[in-house]
Design a protein around this ligand. Structure first.
Ligand code: NAI
Ligand code: MG
Length: 502
C-alpha cells in the first residue's frame, strides 16, 4: 500500500502491518485468500485514500470457518481444555493487546478516522481491561445443586444439579464505530465460556480485527477457536447469520440489520444477542451549572464524531436554562477543530465513510426542510476526507425525523421542557431505549426520574461511561440481551438440568 501521507505518524509495527499488499481470512489457524479470490478495499476516512486490500469472504468461506469452529468446539484441544487454561490464554491475549496498544490504536485511527490518542486511551484500554475481566469468569462458571421434591416419586431419592455449558459456535458480527472493542465484547465472554467463534468485522474497518487475529495465534489459542471472515453484510454476514451449524449470533449494528439477523436466527433457533441503534436523551434539570451541563452534553454527542450507539443525540433542557445551555453548546461546537487522527490539535475527526457523511448531511437537510433551525455547524467541512461540522438544531417538533431517527453523526437536536413528567414522557417517546443521562444535583428528583426512563443504561452527571462489569444493552428497539458484565457471560452458556435417581 502507498502510505506516503501517513507513514511518518506510524510506529514500526503499524507501518509493517499496513504495508502488506493483501490481508487474508483466518480459518482454522491459517491465513488464506477467499475461495473466489475476491477482495475489497478499506480507506483512510481523513483522506479517502485506500489503505488496505482485504479478502472478501463469501458463503463458501463462511462455511469453512464455521466447520473449523465446529471441529474445534466438538473435538479439538479447546474442547478438552480446563477452565484455568482458557483463563490463562485470554489473559495472555490481554497482555499482547497491551504490548501492541500503540500499533492497534494507530491502525484503528487510520481505518476508522478516530484520534489515535483516544483510540489508545479508550478503545484499546477498554479492550485490555475487558479481556482481563472476562478471563476471570472462565474459572467461575457455576451451576446449582438442589433438593428435589418430585411429587409422583415419593420413595425415590434424587441428586439434582445444573451444569452451565458453552453454547457452541458463535457468529460475531460487529460494526465500524469501535471495531476492536466491540469485537472483544463478543470474543471475551465467548472464549471464557468455552465457545468457538467466527468473527465478521465491518467492511469499513476490518484491520484491527485482523491484527488481533495474529495476536490470538501468538497467544496460543488452538486453530479454529477464533476464525475471522472479512467481507460485507450480504456476502459474509448474512451466510453466517443463517448458517445452521452456528449456535449463537452476537450482533452490534443497525436496528434494520438486527431485525434481519433476528429473523434468520429464529429459523434455526440460533440464540442471539442484538445491540442496536439508539437515540439517547440527555436531560438537564434547572438546578445544575449550565456550563457543566453544556460541556457534558457536547461530549455526549460529539465524542467519536457522534458515531456512538448511545450518543446523547436528543437534548432536553428545562426552559429557564435552555438558551444558556444551548448557547454554550453552540460555542463549543463552533470552536471545535476538525482534523485527522494524528493531529494533536484536532478535537474531532472525520466520519467513517463517504456513505456515512452523506447520510448524516442528508439528515441535517431533512431537519432544515422540516423546519428546524441550525444554530451551529450545518454540513460537511470542505476539503478532502469525510468531515462533518458539529451541528446543533433547535425549534424542531418532537415527531420529526431528526428527533425520532438515529443519525449516527455529530448532530444534536435540542428541545426545552417544563416539568419532570413532561421530559420523562418525551425521553420515552422513541422507538429506542439504549441510554439516557440526567444532569442534576437534586437527588430526589434524579431518583424519581431514573425508574421512569425506559433505557438499558442511565447515567447521572456523565454520559457513555462504560466499564467491563456493567451490563450494556437496550430496551425496546435498541436490542435484545446485554454485552459486558456477568450478563454477557450468561448469554454464551446453556443450562443443563441433571436428575440422578439414587
Ligand atoms: P450495519 O448494521 O449494516 O452494519 C453492522 C454490521 O452488520 C457490519 O459488519 C455489516 O457488514 C453487517 N451486516 C450488514 N448487513 C448484513 C446482513 N444482511 N446480514 C448480516 N450482517 C450484515 O450498519 P451500517 O450500514 O454500517 O450503518 C448504518 C447505520 O446503522 C448507521 O448510520 C447507524 O445509524 C447504525 N449503526 C449502529 C451501530 C451501533 O453501534 N448501534 C453501529 C453501526 C451502525
Ligand atoms: Mg476504513
Amino acid at each position: 500500500m502507498n502510505l506516503s501521507d501517513i507513514q511518518h505518524f506510524l510506529s514500526d509495527r503499524a507501518a509493517a502491518f499496513l504495508k502488506r499488499d493483501r490481508h487474508a481470512l483466518l480459518i482454522d489457524g491459517q491465513w488464506v485468500p477467499a475461495a473466489g479470490e475476491g477482495t475489497f478495499v478499506t480507506r483512510n476516512p481523513a483522506t479517502g485514500k485506500v489503505i488496505g486490500r482485504i479478502a472478501a469472504a463469501g458463503a463458501e468461506d463462511v462455511d469453512r470457518a464455521v466447520r473449523a469452529a465446529r471441529q474445534a468446539f466438538d473435538a479439538g484441544p479447546w474442547s478438552k481444555m480446563r477452565p484455568v487454561e482458557r483463563q490463562r490464554l485470554i489473559l495472555k491475549l490481554a497482555d499482547l493487546v497491551e504490548e501492541h496498544a500503540q500499533a492497534l490504536a494507530e491502525i484503528e485511527s487510520v481505518d476508522n478516522g478516530k484520534s489515535a490518542g483516544i483510540a489508545r486511551a479508550v478503545d484499546v484500554a477498554l479492550t485490555v481491561d475487558f479481556l482481563r475481566y472476562m478471563a476471570g469468569w472462565a474459572t467461575k462458571i457455576e451451576g446449582i445443586t438442589h433438593e428435589a421434591s418430585v411429587p409422583y416419586a415419593l420413595q425415590a431419592e434424587f441428586v439434582t444439579y445444573t451444569r452451565r455449558e458453552a453454547v457452541g459456535v458463535v457468529g460475531a458480527i460487529v460494526p465500524w464505530n469501535f471495531p476492536l472493542l466491540v469485537a472483544t465484547w463478543k470474543l471475551g465472554p465467548a472464549l471464557a465460556a468455552g465457545c468457538t467463534v467466527v468473527l465478521k468485522p465491518a467492511e469499513q474497518t476490518p484491520l484491527t480485527a485482523l491484527y488481533l487475529g495474529e495476536l490470538i495465534g501468538e497467544a496460543g489459542f488452538p486453530p479454529g477457536v477464533v476464525n475471522i471472515v472479512t467481507g460485507d453484510g450480504p456476502g459474509a454476514g448474512a451466510p453466517l447469520a443463517r448458517h445452521p451449524r452456528v449456535d449463537k449470533i452476537s450482533f452490534t449494528g443497525s436496528t434494520e440489520v438486527g431485525k434481519l439477523i433476528g429473523h434468520a436466527s429464529v429459523e434455526n433457533m440460533t440464540r442471539f444477542t442484538l445491540e442496536l441503534g439508539g437515540k439517547s436523551p440527555v436531560i438537564v434539570l434547572d438546578d445544575c451549572d449550565p456550563e457543566v451541563a453544556a460541556a457534558g452534553a457536547a461530549n455526549a454527542i460529539f465524542f467519536n464524531q457522534g458515531q456512538v450507539c448511545c450518543a446523547g443525540s436528543r437534548l432536553y433542557v428545562q426552559k429557564k436554562m435552555f438558551d444558556r445551555v444551548v448557547g454554550e453548546i453552540g460555542k463549543i461546537a463552533d470552536g471545535m477543530t476538525l482534523g485527522h487522527g494524528f493531529d494533536a490539535a484536532a478535537q474531532m475527526g472525520p466520519l467513517v465513510s463517504q456513505e456515512q457523511m452523506d447520510r448524516v448531511c442528508g439528515y441535517i437537510d431533512i431537519g432544515r426542510s422540516q423546519g428546524a433551525e441550525v444554530v451551529a455547524g450545518g454540513g460537511r467541512q470542505p476539503g478532502e476526507g469525510y468531515f462533518v461540522r458539529p451541528t446543533v438544531m433547535v425549534n424542531v417538533d418532537h415527531g420529526k425525523r431528526v428527533v425520532q431517527e438515529e443519525i449516527f453523526g455529530p448532530v444534536l437536536t435540542a428541545m426545552p421542557y417544563d416539568t419532570i413528567e413532561e421530559v420523562a414522557a418525551w425521553a420515552n417517546d422513541s422507538p429506542y431505549g439504549l441510554g439516557a443521562s440526567i444532569w442534576s444535583n437534586n437527588l430526589s428528583k434524579v431518583h424519581r426520574l431514573i425508574p421512569k426512563i425506559r433505557a438499558g443504561t442511565v447515567w447521572v452527571n456523565c454520559h457513555s461511561a462504560l466499564e467491563p462489569a456493567m451490563p450494556f444493552g437496550g430496551y425496546k428497539q435498541s436490542g435484545v440481551g446485554r454485552d459486558m458484565g456477568r450478563a454477557a457471560l450468561d448469554a454464551y452458556l446453556e443450562t443443563k438440568s441433571v436428575f440422578i435417581a439414587v
